[in-house]
Write a protein that binds this ligand. Structure first.
Ligand SMILES: C[S@@+](CC[C@H](N)C(=O)[O-])C[C@H]1O[C@@H](n2cnc3c(N)ncnc32)[C@H](O)[C@@H]1O
Length: 271
């Protein structure tokens, strides 16, 4: 594979990859009393939305972008497919996901099959920096909490521009660098600074506009709380991070409260 993210693909994959993630999710759903033959996107939400704000944030972002029935959406870094299935069921979109981590994509396929959505939602293993899709093949490029491991953001946004049709939408949720540096580690996406590549909101905005997009909406929804969020063991965050999640939640709390990391939802239109 070409070294298009400073040769970091393998390291990033190793960071996220987990064996038997699909079986673990099913085990937890059964333990919660869910009927595996009648699963809904709501039943899965704690297990397949691996980003700040969970399914609520996905729905908020989709409404911000005015997503409509029949739109062709590419979800980059789509993980376990929670957003993809939500956009399919609740917004009527046709969604393709691409993600570096094979065990997540396998799990995404399994859950999509269980919800009988295979005609509407497809999942692929691949690198966001080498999108294997035709020019102008999507109405929307969607990405949630996935660009933080990618240093070559010029290449990333150039790729988004390439696969979007003219006037198509780039819709994203991303952590970005705040005004105080560096962030406190461990973060959800990196245990130290070697695999975390955050730009400030101003830098991101400039870079995206330079890549051929026009901003429609920018919403900083960083949450400052008096205490770190408590650990919930029935979540994808705990399943992937285990006991390390406690430290991550403590860092999150400091990063938000000390203006080290901000969370942004935004919509841009391709020129
Ligand atoms: C925190 S998870 C978010 C997953 C999903 N977007 C969600 O919100 O549920 C970050 C994801 O980014 C993916 N990722 C990181 N770097 C990537 C790259 N270069 N290409 C594709 N996926 C990548 C990881 O494999 C992981 O699934």
């Amino acid at each position: 594979m070409p070294m298009s993210n400073n040769g970091k693909e393998q390291e990033i994959k190793n960071y996220w990859e987990r064996n038997n993630i699909g079986q673990s999710i099913l085990g937890l759903l059964v333990a919660e009393g869910k009927d595996l033959d009648k699963l809904t996107v709501e039943d899965l939400a704690q297990m397949d939305h691996f980003h700040t704000g969970g399914k609520v944030a996905t729905v908020t972002l989709a409404k911000l972008a005015n997503l409509e029935r029949g739109m062709r959406v590419l979800d980059v870094g789509g993980g376990l497919g929670g957003a993809a299935r939500t956009l399919a069921i609740e917004f009527g979109c046709y969604v393709t996901t691409i993600d570096l981590t094979k065990s997540y994509v396998d799990t995404a396929e399994m859950l999509t099959t269980m919800l009988r959505l295979n005609d509407q939602v497809k999942h692929y293993v691949g690198n966001a920096l080498e999108l294997p899709f035709d020019k102008s093949s999507f109405d929307v490029v969607w990405t949630q909490n996935s660009g933080m491991n990618i240093s070559n953001k010029e290449q990333l946004y150039a790729g988004f521009h390439q696969v979007l049709r003219e006037k198509g939408l780039l819709v994203f949720q991303e952590p970005m660098a705040g005004i105080i540096h560096p962030p406190i580690f461990p973060l959800m996406w990196a245990s130290d600074e070697s695999n975390s590549f955050l730009l400030t909101s101003t830098e991101m905005c400039k870079l995206i506009e330079k890549s051929g997009f026009h901003m429609q909406c920018w919403n900083d929804f960083t949450e400052k709380t008096s205490k770190p969020n408590p650990i919930n063991k029935n979540t994808i965050q705990y399943l992937i991070m285990g006991e390390q999640l406690k430290l991550i939640l403590e860092s999150n709390h400091r990063n938000s409260n000390e203006d080290r990391v901000v969370m942004v939802q935004a919509v841009f239109q391709r020129i």
